[in-house]
Design a protein around this ligand. Sequence first.
Ligand SMILES: [Zn+2]
Length: 530
Amino acid sequence: MKERLYLFDTTLRDGAQTNGVDFTLADKLAIAQMLDELGIDYVEGGYPGANPTDSELFAKDRDLKTTFTAFGMTRRPGRSASNDPGLSALLAAKADAICFVAKSWDYHVKVALETTEEENLASIRDSVKAAKAKGREVLLDCEHFFDGYKANPQYALACAKAAYDEGARWVVLCDTNGGTLPHEVEEIVAKVCKVIPGDHVGIHAHNDTEQAVANSFAAVRAGARQIQGTLNGLGERCGNANLVSLIPTLKLKPEFARQFDINVSDAALKKVAHVSHALDERLNRAPDRHAPYVGDSAFATKAGIHASAIMKDPATYEHVAPETIGNRRKVLVSEQAGKSNVLAELERIGLKVNKDDARISRLLEIVKEREAIGYAYEAADASFELLARRTLGTVPNYFDVTQFDVNVEQRNNARGDRVTVTMAVVKVKVGDDNMISAAEGNGPVNALDLALRKDLGKYQKYIEGLKLTDYRVRILNSGTEAVTRVLIESEDENGERWTTVGVSPNIIDASFQALMDSIVYKLVKSRAPA
Ligand SMILES: [Zn+2]
């Protein structure tokens, strides 16, 4: 019999403290839905009463399987539970569970709360009691528990025990400033679990020593059975424990998989990479390429000798199979590329070529020549695929851009404000049809992109779902002149992403190359007829 381990997500509450993150109500509802589909046991939606978005969120009816949780403070010192407006708002919220936060460090009780140790304990007991009376499941976040325990173990434990004895389902030990180390967490959690059963103990770790995930596992080893974390490790300062890393480890590493069941199915695990990217997308952030398990580079190999071994058996260099979390293997083609990298990449994209085919050596030569002038094929998988297909003669000439014109103008608008207006005009030839499209954009590349994708005649239907998700520019110094390298990341209606590259002394020209590659790649991928 495996033990049940519970996952608690606080992306919408602690994650909302991330610098630069500001969730709208629509964001919160969409993220809650995503977490629910993933199988997260508890989703903490926010702090009703503290801001209009959270109050509105908790006034809404929801249709979620997860235990939707409201966060808030225990009753204020010196007040009764029934005479505390903050607590009343929390109890009135439409939530399945309430997670209270309370001080558990005697020093904070005295200095920050300015009350007595006994009054703080009474506040915990009264608040748990009030929420239980309202039929809510109750959790208590013990703030600064580990520092508190080091300073005064009896008092920190008394706070935890007060909530447990009053019927709180979970007592959550918080490493609020993120400074505790894994061996300390393991030692202290083990001591707590002698007083409170481990299946009522949770861990809430912050990442200030980059060990929030390790600290969470240390707590589990010591007996805790609930882990709190956030998607992509969002959170104040350095963030919270990253559920996107925790979940695959719990599911795929025998040490945990043999002992524990979590509510994330194998099928849901395959969506983890997508969920991680979808959150970045919503926050308008570029995904971290090097993120464990889900990053673009998490299963990427560069060196020739590794690539040839990976082709024989992926297990030789991979700790888990990338498909299990919805990621994919990637063999990078780069300046140091050997023939084996190119062959492995061709195999992955489904191009069958004899390994002695002279065109392989030709392709390798072109890659090296172009990388020498600034192209970066290891970052631009789609441009590499097009280059490979073109070298092997399998890319149809779908359309020609016979002319384009980009105009940037600064002038006064009707209200007399100074504005910069950009317009692009593109002439395209598709078969015997000539088309002219014009578009305005917030900048020259945006205008060019919009005009280019406005009317591609019979190919338009294949690119309707195409959108640009990231645009990166770098100025490179190659010999005598500076050139611009543009990398464009695109996404289609199925959430599939690819990157294309363009290089030129002129930024518009470099962008145009990358845009063209992205569109042609999408047509190839959609098997558009020539
Ligand atoms: Zn926190």
